[in-house]
Design a protein around this ligand. Structure first.
Ligand code: NAD
Length: 508
């Protein structure tokens, strides 16, 4: 892939304009495939957050934006979709060189999913029940009643580094669809594509509707989370930081959506179609070097097919081509950083120490032309028990734990035995068995004979410590509105009012 994008210096994006940080400081953005610095981004501080929130507040208070008719809003959302398509090459490039996601995935999935998301939101907004009329009630007396759904206000979107522009879109699209304004704080590894996306969106929305403040989670993230003029926090990231955000947001009782970590179980039943299930479950765990929240990192396999499955998993894993993510033939790119590499390698060591067996992979490798990057072989552990650290903690790397079982109910129990509940999967040819297992799995999404199939019209989010709330689908629009009950009395006479009887009728 070639492009002429200038990736040297990225200021903040506030009120429809590029602005340097108040401090004048910047931080480096590195290509994880090569270790080279590819850009600098402005290091935002509290002063910059104040400016962005002020711009977002003013834009929100402008009735033209907040009370725009759904059909006009749909036009804007469709225009954003179209602009994403027009700028696809640049967005894909910025995403790939900073996140390490392969150009194969980002150009054939993420960018299309983003454009489709804004189009879907345009459709949803046209049908959205902004005002619902309630029936005239017998109690507490005749009245006209409505439930109005109104935008929440200024929404802070705090996003992770693994799929930065897609995850930002999951927040921006419903927020704008409902008439809110947004201040985004992208992860410091990957601010570039989000900044570009904001610039693109700003061409079709009023100034201040979309803003981006880059900088540290500690300063920019925490300040947004506690800022009195921020009405909602939509966070995607680790469960650890999610807990902190929930606690900080509680100080001002902010509406909060949390999309957090996972340790998702994939269960093979004895009749699974192994031709599909083996590569399918590897797609579930090794896509993006395992750096996806809903990766299927624990694979439960019955005794009767265990050896055959392990053999197949190893064979298919060895086919995977690691390389520079900009190369269209690369199937697996680097991990995001040297720090993340060390974390993954230390989990691999812990698996070995706890008695699991490495069936393949387990090491860092060097990729020609990408000597400064961190690449880890797709790694499969067998002889894993569900209580091991590698089976309980989110590794966020290309590591699969295979767990043998003899009783499917025991496998389901272990599958649910984790603090997480983001995704799960079952592989079988029997649809009744599939639904039976699905009903018992505690997860926000269950894939049957598939993995990673997120849809823009279906809700996504976690059970248990994988989060609160849902993104995508019509349901995500609810998360960006608040309800207002509007009551009009139909009783003109004073003495017939219910409240008159309660308070005044004895004092005549
Ligand atoms: P992270 O939690 O370290 O950081 C996420 C974002 O929060 C970043 O922008 C970071 O700068 C910011 N942040 C950090 N500390 C903060 C604080 N104290 N206050 C406010 N903001 C703060 O996560 P990450 O390493 O960027 O991403 C990986 C994690 O994200 C994994 O746990 C993964 O499972 C999760 N994730 C979840 C989903 C989902 O939809 N459930 C999707 C993608 C990633």
């Amino acid at each position: 892939m070639t492009t002429n994008v200038d990736v040297k210096s990225f200021p903040l994006f506030i009120n429809g304009e590029w602005k340097q940080a108040e401090s004048g400081q910047t931080f480096d953005v590195t290509n994880p495939a090569t270790g080279e610095v590819i850009a600098t981004a402005a290091k935002g501080s509290k002063e910059d957050v104040d400016k962005a929130v002020k711009a977002a507040r003013e834009a929100f208070e402008n009735e033209e934006w907040r009370e725009m008719k759904p059909k006009d809003r749909a036009v804007i959302l469709n225009a954003i979709a179209q602009k994403i398509t027009v700028h696809a090459e640049e967005l894909v490039y910025l995403e790939v060189i900073s996140s390490g996601g392969t150009v194969r995935r980002v150009s054939s999935n993420d960018i299309l999913q983003m454009a489709d998301l804004f189009q879907q939101m345009a459709k949803f907004v046209l049908d959205y029940p902004f005002s619902e009329t309630l029936p005239v009630p017998p109690f507490p007396g005749p009245s006209h009643n409505f439930v109005w759904r109104e935008p929440i206000g200024v929404c802070a979107a705090i996003t992770p580094w693994n799929m930065p522009m897609l995850i930002a879109s999951w927040k921006i699209a419903p927020a704008l669809a409902m008439g809110n304004t947004v201040v985004i704080k992208p992860a410091s590894y990957t601010p570039l594509s989000t900044l570009k996306l904001a610039e693109i969106i700003s061409t079709v929305v009023p100034p201040g509707v979309i803003n981006v403040v880059t900088g540290s989670g500690k300063e920019v993230g925490e300040y947004l989370t506690t800022h009195p003029e921020v009405d909602k926090v939509a966070f995607t990231g680790s469960t650890e930081v999610g807990k902190k955000i929930m606690s900080l947001a509680s100080e001002t009782i902010k509406n909060t959506t949390l999309e957090l970590g996972g340790k998702s179980p994939s269960i093979f039943l004895e009749d699974a179609d192994l031709e599909v299930a083996i590569p399918g479950s590897l797609f579930g765990v090794f896509l993006h070097s395992g750096q996806l929240c809903e990766s299927g990192t624990r694979l439960f396999v019955p005794d009767s097919i265990y050896d055959k499955v392990v053999k197949g998993l190893v064979q298919w894993s060895k086919r995977l081509k690691l390389g520079n993510p900009l190369d269209a033939t690369t199937e697996i790119g680097p991990v995001i950083s040297k720090q993340q590499r060390d974390t993954i390698l230390s989990y691999i060591e812990s698996g070995k120490k706890e008695g699991a067996t490495i069936a393949c992979g387990g090491k860092e490798i060097t990729v020609d032309g990408c000597e400064g990057g961190s690449f880890i072989e797709p790694t499969i552990f067998t002889n894993v028990t569900n209580d091991m650290k590698i089976a309980q903690e989110e590794i966020f790397g290309p590591v699969l734990s295979v767990i043998r079982y003899s009783d499917v109910n025991e496998a389901i129990k272990q599958a649910n035995d984790t603090i997480y509940g983001l995704a799960a999967g079952v592989w079988t040819k029997d649809v009744n068995k599939a639904y039976d297992v699905t009903r018992k799995l505690k997860a926000g999404v269950v894939w049957i004979n598939d993995w990673h199939m997120l849809r823009n019209d279906a809700p996504f989010g976690g059970y248990k410590q994988s989060g609160i709330g849902r993104e995508m689908g019509k349901h995500s629009l609810d998360a960006y509105t608040q309800l207002k009950h509007v009551h009009t009395s139909m009783v003109p006479q004073l003495e017939k009012r219910n409240w008159y009887q309660i308070l005044f009728s004895q004092s005549e």
